[in-house]
Design a binder for this molecule. Structure first.
Ligand SMILES: Cc1ncc(COP(=O)(O)O)c(C=O)c1O
Length: 335
């Protein structure tokens, strides 16, 4: 088996998850009668300090629900230019929510509050009116960097009355890397989305959490998008195990990513600032990414690109120390 560093979405469910799935009590969740889904929603809402939460099939759907609920059609969604909701959702924001993105630089993984304030004010100067601010935590393309509460507070102040949605696909990576509880991050956003199916290893599913009235509306919107799932307790059971057992171990992924980042810096000293690798993403530019990827593949290591010439290595539960050492050797001999 190759060492698969393409994404943390390739993780497979643990034995404990498979057992929980087999034993899950289920009901029809569209009737609100699946006890395992209800337990997961309650557990997640409590974990992030929100009134309510909704289990959704994917992180993309969680983000899309937030857009549809918080940003009126024909308003601007202010977001970083490399955020998932902007560039990796197949144009869904325009199609599903009828919104227009107004993007700002997010090179360091955060939004500059002055940029946000400027776009908010531009709404009073004939620009498209803003409806929502979106942040991504951790910010995947910025080496998976986690937000500080100070940076988040500054953006929230700049957003003024506007709601804030946090794409926290890897919110618990941020919690583990910074020691900031997920609830402290979530308190600074109206809604927060988090994926169970990435580093936390559940096979399917993400959570959206927020105020009770927004989550009740999210349930209706999920149905409209065809995301009502019936005996979803079978997959929610794995989600509960993800929340209970898989968060603390993310520190191992972060340590392994740091090791990989060192190998990349040894091979190409200008390619990466190892200080910036604090979670599970190692991202760097390479003059010939296809050649690098095929070299790594020949050495038994799978990697991917997230933009032209931008290579990504992602650590996760299914890659151990031996796998990382193999990848480091493959990097050391790379073109
Ligand atoms: C930051 C971020 N947000 C959202 C998503 C979407 O999640 P999903 O693949 O479950 O739709 C991803 C997926 O990779 C992501 O990295």
């Amino acid at each position: 088996m190759p060492v698969d560093l393409r994404s943390d979405t390739v993780t497979t469910p643990t034995d404990a998850m498979r057992r929980a799935m087999a034993d899950a009590e289920v009901g029809d969740d569209v009737y609100g009668e699946d006890p395992t889904v209800n337990a997961l929603q309650e557990a997640f809402a409590a974990r992030v300090g929100k009134e309510a939460a909704l289990f959704v099939p994917s992180g993309t759907m969680g983000n899309q629900l937030a857009l549809r609920l918080l940003a009126p059609p024909a308003t601007a969604v202010i977001a970083g230019r490399r955020q998932h909701v902007v560039i990796y959702e197949n144009g869904a924001g325009g199609r599903n929510a009828g919104v227009q993105f107004q993007t700002v630089d997010d090179d360091d993984g955060v939004l500059d509050p002055d940029d946000v304030a400027w776009l908010v004010e531009a709404g009073d100067n004939h620009w498209v009116r803003p409806g929502l601010v979106c942040v991504e935590n951790t910010h995947m393309p910025a080496n998976g960097s986690a937000w500080s509460l100070e940076a988040l507070d500054a953006v929230k102040r700049a957003a003024g009355e506007l709601p804030v949605h946090m794409d926290g696909a890897r919110l618990f990576h941020a919690e583990v890397a910074t020691g900031v509880p997920a609830a402290d991050y979530a308190r600074r956003a109206t809604t927060v989305m988090c994926c169970l199916s990435k580093g936390l290893c559940a096979p399917v599913g993400s959570m959206l959490a927020g105020p009770a009235d927004v989550m009740a509306a999210a349930r209706d919107e999920r149905q409209r998008l065809g995301g009502g799932m019936r005996q979803a307790g079978v997959i929610a059971a794995a989600g509960l195990v993800a929340l209970q057992q898989m968060v603390e171990r993310l520190a191992d992924d972060h340590a392994r990513a740091a090791r990989l980042a060192e190998a990349v810096a040894d091979r190409w000293p200008d390619a990466i600032d190892i200080e910036q690798v604090t979670t599970n993403m190692v991202i760097f530019e390479h003059a010939n990414a296809p050649k690098l990827l095929s070299h790594l593949r020949a050495e038994g290591v799978l990697a991917g690109t997230i933009a032209p010439g931008v290579v990504r290595l992602v650590t996760h539960h299914d890659v151990d120390d031996d796998g990382v050492e193999l990848a480091c050797k493959a990097v050391a001999s790379a073109p």
